[in-house]
Design a protein around this ligand. Structure first.
Ligand code: F6R
Length: 600
């Protein structure tokens, strides 16, 4: 989950590294550091805290090196502290290393190195890398051989950058199960965990596959997992850099909530032309042979999957189940060539989702991913990729990516139903309403000051509940997750009918309960459940597209039930946002979280 960036060139490196780290801060922000090669030595500056803190302690005048590496951390092994911050070095300061990933065999390697007399200063798994390199260097007196031997010993996931005064003008790079890109700019060569870190310097990118490594000096030399030199072609990536500005909004999250109508519109572009929209076509015979669809994802993406399942089952009548990616592998899933497995991931880098995809492929299923990030790791594993065109999502809490994922899942259901010739008039109507949603979303967004008033009533509550039935329950889950993530208020989402089987014991005088009602078939039943909590003292806030009297009502426009989550979630996103702001919290970088979860 950490962010890494490196530069080899003729210009001063530190400014480029700090710029890169700032764009990567969403990957982790509990400590940060840089290492530069200068005066035939390695200079390391690092500290606990955010990148702004690192900037405060950097003495730019003294940091003149033109080769360097940098890291922003999301702690896994060891607390956030200066010692645990990267870059890490060996005791002789021959090697400085930044690492993203987790080394599964680090204890074994550490014991081995301790037995050889080496000492460690951090509690991290990553520190074994420079020390192992030093161990092999002492034997081989050859940095590249030491690097290769070190890589052979590592088990787990890694994207690694190494600098060494023993190999001036060079960065060593390796990747396995963690993202890594290399970019060739006019002023030098860059390496980073993510494209945004270096996109302002280059548009030409090389993507390393798992097990590959590279030696970067004036040129880039690529190697396969057996260290045979290989050739790679670059890919040109054009990104709109203005998308990563706040554009006058105080936070990325608020900006991204406002961008949702455009995000959906862009994602659905071409829906009337299935092949253009999907950039691939699924064979009708294949679709007819599918016995079951699995949708696998984590967190918010999994919530989008739940709405997707609803759509697929309703209009395609194909049995569909949704699984949390971190559990999928341990369930001995019943998956074969008659299963279509769909993996949803905004970042395209989520370790659990990618691992689940690899298993599904091994079991013979066709795999399709829905992701927002061009050329992300998951796209290179999946048989088919559908891009959501939500634009870069920077705030840790997902909003516009969720909306686009839901939109794409419904669009996929429409596509499958059309191909199979199922429920044609209903499908045509849903398609029409889906395309109308962006303008209805704007109406919901425009009422945000109403949501602020409601949020203000909840700033000091300890618990909040969200209930709904059917698709409304899926909205409840996502609303509850948004609140937890950014306001740190405990909240629960329940199927409205399930409350009386236990959780209703938690309702007391003054407890706020959000009810979501957008399905006329279910409204009477959910209303009864809201009466049950009211008679136990709860304050009900109702999000609905029906004409229902309640103390606090958030009205939203009517749309098809399969689509209503796209409208109903917006007030809940705003409420979570406003509560967090009222509490003075950093909404874009909530505590303990990171945007891209590349550890299992
Ligand atoms: C919540 C959130 C997370 C992600 C989850 C999966 O706001 O963003 O729950 O949805 O970590 O991430 P991706 O979609 O990148 O696989």
């Amino acid at each position: 989950m950490c962010g890494i960036v490196g530069f080899v060139g003729k210009d001063n490196a530190v400014h480029k590294l700090i710029h890169g780290l700032k764009t990567l801060e969403y990957r982790g922000y509990d400590s940060a550091g840089v290492a530069l090669l200068q005066d035939n030595d390695i200079t390391v500056v690092k500290d606990k805290g955010r990148i702004a803190n690192l900037e405060n302690i950097l003495n730019y005048e003294e940091l003149t090196g033109t080769i360097g590496i940098a890291h922003t951390r999301w702690a896994t092994h060891g607390i956030p502290s200066k010692d645990n911050a990267h870059p890490h070095m060996d005791p002789h300061h021959h090697f400085a290393v930044v690492h993203n990933g987790i080394l599964e065999n680090y204890l074994e390697l550490k014991d081995f190195l301790l037995s050889k007399g080496y000492s460690f200063v951090s509690e991290t798994d990553s520190e074994v890398i420079p020390i192992l390199m030093e161990y092999y260097y002492e034997q081989e007196k050859d940095v590249l051989k030491a690097f290769k031997k070190t890589l052979k010993d590592l088990r787990g996931s890694y994207a690694i950058l190494v600098i060494s005064p023993l190999l001036p003008n060079t960065i060593l790079v390796a990747k396995k199960n963690s993202p890594l890109v290399i970019g060739k700019g006019k002023d030098g060569i860059y390496a980073a965990s993510d494209i945004p870190a270096i996109i302002s310097y280059t548009k030409d990118f090389y993507f390393l596959e798992d097990g590959e490594s590279a030696v970067i000096d004036d040129e880039i030399h690529f190697y396969d997992s057996e260290f045979k030199e290989i050739h790679k072609d670059s890919k040109t990536i054009h990104w709109d850099m203005s998308a990563i500005d706040k554009n006058g909004f105080p936070d990325y999250m608020l900006k991204e909530i406002h961008e949702q109508p455009d995000a959906l519109k862009n994602s659905l572009n071409g829906l009337d032309h299935p092949v253009g929209f999907l950039n691939f076509s699924l064979d009708k015979k294949y679709l007819e042979s599918i016995r079951e669809i699995y949708i696998v994802a984590c967190g918010t993406a999994m919530h989008a999957g739940l709405v997707g399942r609803y759509a697929i089952e309703q209009i395609c009548r194909i049995p569909t189940r949704v699984e949390v990616a971190s559990e999928f592998r341990y369930q001995n899933p019943i998956v074969d060539e008659h299963t279509l497995c769909i993996f949803i991931s905004q970042s395209g880098e989520t370790a659990d989702t990618i691992a689940a995809l690899k298993l599904a492929k091994k079991l013979g299923a066709k795999t399709l991913t829905i992701t927002n990030v061009f050329e992300s790791s998951i796209t290179r594993e999946a048989d088919y990729t559908i891009y959501t065109h939500a634009g870069p999502e920077i705030a840790v809490a997902s909003t516009k990516a969720y909306i686009s994922q839901v939109g794409m899942m419904v669009a996929l259901a429409i596509y499958i139903a059309e191909l199979l010739g199922k429920n044609q008039s209903e499908v045509a109507q849903i398609k029409k309403e889906l395309l109308e949603l962006p303008s209805l979303m704007k109406q919901v967004i425009d009422k945000n000051q109403e949501y602020l008033k409601i949020a203000k009533k909840m700033v000091s509550v300890q618990d909040l509940f969200y209930i709904g039935r059917g698709n409304d329950y899926h909205v409840a889950m996502e609303g509850s997750l948004k609140l937890k993530e950014i306001s740190y208020i405990h909240s629960e989402a329940y199927q409205a009918g399930e409350l009386k089987h236990g959780p209703i014991a938690l309702i007391e005088d003054g407890t706020f309960v959000f009810g979501i009602i957008t399905d006329p078939k279910l409204s009477e039943k959910t209303l009864s459940n809201l009466e049950e909590v009211k008679s136990r003292g709860a304050n009900v806030v109702l999000v609905t597209n029906e004409d229902i009297k309640e103390d606090i009502v958030i009205p939203i426009p009517k749309t098809n039930t399969l689509l209503s989550p796209i409208l109903a979630i917006i007030p809940l996103q705003f409420v979570a946002y406003f509560i967090a702001k009222e509490k003075g919290l950093d909404v874009d970088k909530p505590r303990n979280l990171a945007k891209s979860v590349t550890v299992e």
